[in-house]
Each structure stands twice: as structure tokens, then as C-alpha cells.
Write a protein that binds this ligand. Structure first.
Ligand SMILES: *Cc1c(COP(=O)(O)O)cnc(C)c1O
Length: 407
């Protein structure tokens, strides 16, 4: 298990604007570290061992500020979707800035409470409802978004008359890959919008007050999708009536990790949403509050994993093969490449500072430490099973390799 270190010096604030401003373009020959330098990476390895996650407090703060400035018409709650990184120090930092939290299990709620976050600042949207949810609602004012008809029935039976949120699948999905698409007919999350009447019947049966509608479809970075999903969700609010005070549009904002990828512009996607909320007020007289739930967006580029190259292997010779770098970390710590074929910047840091100025480069396939051929840090984009050698600084056993944007 990798250790975690929160890194905080003022100088790192200077790195921030680049994170967002990078747009499409050719990938640079060699990737760069976002907030560490070679000396600092070596110090981390020396003082804490490898692998160690390092988080940059300045980047965390800047992303949280950006989320808190999300355009809105009648009030905003930003919930950090804590499954992105449930570390206590990260939760405390975000709480101190006024963020609330989205938990995907009661274990996460308990974890937040242990970090000092009251459960009343958490809302639970879970695939697996357990008895502790009832206890947390009753004794600690946990909010809940019922994510299925059976959850609505269970909560209603245990706590008749309670105030609840309902998570709908509005029939529209978005998201970079099939595995990150969390709306539409191929997604199991939320109550299918055509089961609306059953929601109303269950709420009536248990006198539940539906105060919040939730739709998390992995909204991505396309303002047009935000416009559509917010108007579909507002239709659901309108049909439920004026008990609904809040619309939660979930998270899933695209984050650019590689230099050629871009991140969601929150001001841009928030604008059509605000217009829709104003129209809703015109139509219904209700001033709906907006909730957003970014997870990955707040932490991805704030985290780096400092690893060590613990072995090298070569399969090239007469046949065209590969030069492999084997890390002391892998899919146990950074799963996205193996799961989605996603790309992370990789930076070699020589163990000996004298080699920092050596410009020689080489193409390597970078693999993790599991006896599992899918444990790959350099897959082809969106093809987790295809090896894609990466140009890196020439490297030998004992050098460090920093996997960037793993927060
Ligand atoms: C995972 C999740 C989010 C956040 O998704 P990210 O891709 O990390 O932004 C928000 N809301 C709910 C209900 C989630 O399950």
C-alpha cells in the first residue's frame, strides 16, 4: 500500500494556471512533473520510501475555489465526491473551504466522520444500501439520495415521513468511455426516468418528502450536454412539484492529464444550467438550489505517485521486442491505465542528481509489480491491452519514476 504525503509550499501555486490552460496540441517529447522537482522527488523517496502519493495543497485549493465559483442562479452547494480520494487530510482541507461531501457508501460517511466532518454535511448516493444508512440518517442527519425503487421503499418503511432525494437516470449518458458512462439505458445508476410514477406511488405510500432530485450522468465538458441534462432533470423536478428544493447534477467532469488533453471549463458548462434554472423560476415560481459533485476534477492533477524502477527486462534482440521498466507500484495504486487505457504523464527522475542533465532518451513499456500482464502503465489510448512504448529519459534500476495526475 502506498503512503500519502500532503505537500504544501507557496512556490507550487505558480504551477497551477498551466493545468487548466493547456489545450489540444502535439504531446511534448518528454512529460514534466506538475509540482515536484527532481530534488523534491528524491527527498520524498528517501524520507518516505516508495511508492508514495504526494498531494499538492495549492492545486487542491485552486480546484476547490473553481468549483465554488460554479455559475448558479439561486445558491450552490459543492459536494466533493470523496471516493476520488477519501484521505482525511484532503477531506479536512475541503471542509475548511466550505465544501460538503458525496459518499458512495456508509463506510465513506464513517470515514468522513472520523476525519471530523459531520455526517450532516454528507449525502449518500449508493449502489448498496445497508442498515447503517438508517442509523446515520436517524442519529446524524445524513442526507440520502435513493438510487433505486427498493431503496425508496426500504428508507420509507424505516423512516416514514423522511425528507429524501431521488436519483434518476434521465435516459441520457455522457462520459469518455463506456466504463465511465453513468447515464442512459446501459447504466444501472439511479431510477429509470420512465419509472417516475412508481417513485410517486412509493413516496406517497411512506409519506416521504422528495426534496432533491439527483442526476449524475458523467456530464463531461460539453456545454450542450449540460444544457440538455439540466432541462431533462428540471422536468423531473417540475413533475414532482414544489417539495423539490434542490437539483443535484452530479460530477464526472473531464480532466486533462496529458498536455494534449483539456479539462472542463466550469464557467462555460454552468452558463446554460443557470439559464435553465431562471426559466424554471419563471415557470414554477420555485428558486431551486444547485448542487454539483465533482470528485476526480478536484484531485486528479493534485496527486503524483513517486515510484522506484525495481527491475528492467528486455525482450528485444533478433525479434522486435520491448524494453520494460518494472515499478514497485502498479494497478494496485493506479488502475486507470489497466481499466480504461488512460494516459498518465510519466517522468523519470535519476537516483543520482549528476544524471539530471543527461539528455538521452529511450522508448520503454512501463509495467507494474503484479504478476498480471494487464498491469500496464503505458497502454495505447483507450486500449488497455495494447502495449504502447513511451519515450522517457534513459533509465536504470534504482531510478525513480513519477506517475503524474493520479489524484
Ligand atoms: C463518482 C460520483 C461522483 C463524482 O464523479 P467524478 O468522476 O469523480 O467527478 C459524483 N456523484 C456521484 C453520485 C458519484 O458516484
Amino acid at each position: 500500500m502506498a503512503k500519502l504525503l500532503i505537500f504544501a509550499t507557496a512556490a507550487h501555486a505558480l504551477q497551477l494556471p498551466n493545468v487548466l490552460k493547456r489545450g489540444k496540441g502535439a504531446a511534448p517529447a518528454l512529460e514534466k512533473m506538475r509540482f515536484l522537482n527532481n530534488e523534491e522527488a528524491r527527498t520524498v523517496a528517501q524520507d518516505f520510501g516508495t511508492p508514495t502519493y504526494v498531494y499538492d495543497a495549492a492545486t487542491l485549493k485552486a480546484r476547490a475555489e473553481e468549483a465554488l465559483a460554479f455559475p448558479n442562479a439561486y445558491g450552490l452547494t459543492v459536494r466533493y465526491a470523496m471516493k476520488a480520494c477519501p484521505n482525511g487530510a484532503v477531506l479536512k482541507l475541503f471542509e475548511s473551504m466550505g465544501l460538503n461531501f458525496d459518499a458512495s457508501s456508509t463506510h465513506e460517511v464513517r470515514r468522513a466522520m472520523r476525519a471530523g466532518v459531520p455526517a450532516s454535511k454528507c449525502s449518500l448516493s449508493t449502489q448498496q444500501l445497508d442498515d447503517d444508512a438508517i442509523t446515520l440518517m436517524k442519529e446524524h442527519s445524513l442526507e440520502i439520495n435513493c438510487c433505486s425503487l427498493s431503496q425508496l421503499d426500504t428508507i420509507g418503511s424505516a423512516l416514514p415521513g423522511a425528507k429524501v432525494g431521488v436519483r434518476f437516470n434521465p435516459g441520457l449518458g455522457s462520459g469518455g468511455t463506456a466504463k465511465t458512462n453513468v447515464g442512459g439505458p446501459s447504466s444501472s445508476f439511479g431510477i429509470w426516468h420512465e419509472q417516475f410514477d412508481e417513485v410517486v406511488a412509493l413516496a406517497k405510500k411512506h409519506q416521504l418528502e422528495v426534496v432533491r432530485v439527483h442526476t449524475h450522468i458523467g456530464s463531461g465538458s460539453d456545454a450542450e450536454v449540460w444544457k440538455r441534462v439540466s432541462s431533462m432533470s428540471l422536468d423531473l423536478c417540475e413533475r414532482l412539484g414544489d417539495s423539490v428544493k434542490t437539483l443535484n447534477l452530479g460530477g464526472g467532469y473531464k480532466v486533462g492529464r496529458m498536455a494534449y488533453e483539456s479539462s472542463t471549463n466550469l464557467q462555460e458548462v454552468g452558463k446554460p444550467v443557470t439559464d435553465n434554472f431562471r426559466d424554471y423560476k419563471e415557470r414554477t415560481g420555485v428558486e431551486l438550489k444547485l448542487e454539483v459533485e465533482p470528485g476526480t476534477y478536484l484531485v486528479a492533477n493534485a496527486g503524483a505517485l513517486v515510484t522506484k524502477v525495481q527491475d528492467v527486462a528486455c525482450t528485444s534482440g533478433k525479434d522486435k521486442g520491448n524494453d520494460f521498466l518494472k515499478l514497485d507500484a502498479g494497478m494496485t495504486d493506479v488502475l486507470r491505465p489497466s481499466l480504461y487505457g488512460s494516459q498518465h504523464p510519466l517522468v523519470v527522475v535519476p537516483s543520482d542528481s549528476k544524471k539530471d542533465s543527461d539528455d538521452s532518451t529511450h522508448e520503454y513499456v512501463v509495467v507494474g509489480h503484479c504478476c498480471e500482464s494487464g498491469d500496464l502503465l503505458t497502454p495505447a489510448p483507450d486500449e488497455p491491452e495494447t502495449l504502447a512504448p513511451r519515450l522517457l529519459k534513459s533509465c536504470e534500476r534504482g531510478d525513480l519514476l513519477v506517475v503524474e495526475s493520479v489524484g
